[in-house]
Design a protein around this ligand. Structure first.
Ligand SMILES: [Zn+2]
Length: 254
């Protein structure tokens, strides 16, 4: 959790901002998909174009929201710690490569729907399942915009000593487990999740559509766990470090 109240509020607001960005994009994708007839290539082509536009725009919006959060959060935290907020330049990431949305649409497009129908699903059901897969992938592409900004900021900022995974109270057990580890410090070279990936896997921040975890930069060893993090940490201890038991506790699953 942030050291400052302002930082805490900014992290929460940032979560809401990113949720709004993805929520809007998903709604637009859903609407565009509803006009698709999987047997009609022209309607699929039209959808692919819309999806490209929707996801790219949302990716940019996610990045801008993260950039604004990062600079305000950093200032709030460094001020509260009595540290000088020297300049930090983080730039917006490149636009999504044009093939990324296309690949997603292709993976869960005509062929996917046809296979489901062949294996007994109704056309409607097949279309619904294809959309669900597309939306999952789309959330990840959209949020990769903001994630790259935060990731880059954490890497470049010499005032930043680490980060924590901010997870919601209803995230999956995998995300809960990562959150339960608390702050991960940059000098912990061996800590899981420090490997830099393609911007998606970086800092172990792979994002599930339902969880939408975020990274919060850490500037002081005095920073405290977030309430959810403390809860997951306690559950992890109570589970005796058994992932299955932990999952049962987090997700209420047998
Ligand atoms: Zn998750």
């Amino acid at each position: 959790m942030a050291v400052s109240d302002l930082g805490t509020a900014l992290t929460e607001a940032h979560g809401r901002a990113q949720k709004a960005v993805t929520g809007r994009a998903l709604k637009e994708l859903e609407r565009a998909w509803s006009a698709v007839d999987p047997a009609d290539p022209v309607s699929l082509l039209r959808y692919a174009e819309s999806a490209e536009r929707i996801v790219s725009r949302a990716h940019g919006a996610s990045a801008r929201a993260a950039l604004s959060y990062l600079s305000r959060f950093r200032k709030a935290e460094l001020n509260a710690l009595g540290l000088v907020a020297d300049g930090l330049s983080v730039s917006l990431p490149n636009a999504l490569a044009s093939g990324e949305v296309d690949a997603l649409v292709k993976q869960y497009g005509q062929g996917f729907v046809a296979r489901l129908i062949n294996s007994g699903a109704s056309a409607e059901e097949a279309k619904r399942l294809a959309l669900a897969r597309q939306l999952g992938g789309a959330v990840d592409l959209v949020l990769s915009g903001g994630r790259k900004v935060i990731d880059d900021g954490i890497t470049r900022d010499r005032r930043c000593i680490g980060w924590r995974r901010v997870a919601s109270g209803s995230c999956c057990s995998f995300c809960a487990m990562l959150a339960s580890r608390g702050a991960v410090y940059k000098d912990q070279k061996s800590a899981l999740g420090t490997r830099k990936g393609n911007g998606r896997g970086g800092r172990g921040a792979g994002v599930h559509r339902a969880c939408q975890c975020r990274m919060e930069p850490v500037y002081s060893r005095k920073s405290k766990p977030t309430p959810n993090e403390a809860r997951y940490e306690r559950m992890w201890r109570e589970s005796g470090g058994d992932p299955l038991e932990f999952r049962r506790m987090v997700e209420g699953r047998a």
